[in-house]
Design a protein around this ligand. Sequence first.
Ligand code: DP6
Length: 330
Amino acid sequence: VHALNKKETVQALIGTKNYEPKNSASSFAPVNIALVKYWGKRNSELNLPVTSSLSLSLPLGTHTSLKAHSKDLLFLNGKQVDLQTSFAKKLFDFVDLFRDKKTTLFIETKNDIPTGAGLASSASGFAALTLALNDFFSLQLSPKELSILARLGSGSASRSLFSGFVQWHKGVRDDGLDSYAEPLDARWDDLSIGLWIISDKTKPIDSRQAMQNTVESSPLYKAWPDTVSHDLSVMKEAIKTHNFSLLGRTAEQNALTMHATMLAAYPSIVYFLPESIEAMQKIWQLRKDGLEVYFTMDAGPNIKLLFLEKDRKTLESQLPNLHTHSNSIP
Ligand code: DP6
């Protein structure tokens, strides 16, 4: 099997389908928080990862609608977006993989949380767009095929097609047709997530570039694949047995190990703000005082907390900026 480009991947999945555009379609996809992170690619055109990863979806996410229109137009959170911006270009480059030249679209997309704040809105964004395109062109793709296609937009989008706990299998094929996410058969109703928004400013370096610099220059990256395979098996055991301490500890350590690989890159990649470090210290103090709460962090300054529903009220009173959510398993 040889490597395909994006267009060839889409062709491989929808090429034989006889698709008819509808007048309109709309969709929702959830934000996902990785408990065992995706960091580093073996193919950057297709977003094929070095390792598998595991996430938990939130009830928040992206809502996207597509309408047939006389020309392309894009609205984000109610505001029109210039088609020359990099945001619009990325989005329409993805749409172009699915359409012929004569199909122009009015696209409206809304995020329940701030765009570009390291809260994975590109993941829910590309997942929602993939679902909307599937509906608009009546493609009737399977969840696995949808996950493969969303991955072409952003790696973590492959996981945002599903609610609850989700594992993205890294796959080994050069064409990526075995690199897709699927939900775990598990639920955990009192496991909750808190978003501690430290800053909603756009991050200094996007995760795509940061990942590449880490793989190329960090001497610690060598240790990452083994860390992930260990953490994945521990995490799955913690989920199966509802062992919250094990889940929290594993997620927190996995996130900090990912950041350690970035700190050791050259030039060094630091997503922490002073307030992020203060937040971590506050969480460690709360834990010392007997409140079981853990954190994870992605390519941005914000902190995501993991805790049990019974501690929600106490946590909210301790941390006034916290937005708490149940997980998304219906
Ligand atoms: C730190 O999926 O945004 O959030 O594939 O280049 O679009 P691209 O990267 P992206 O990276 C997410 C990295 C992370 C960890 C994770 O979500 O697993």
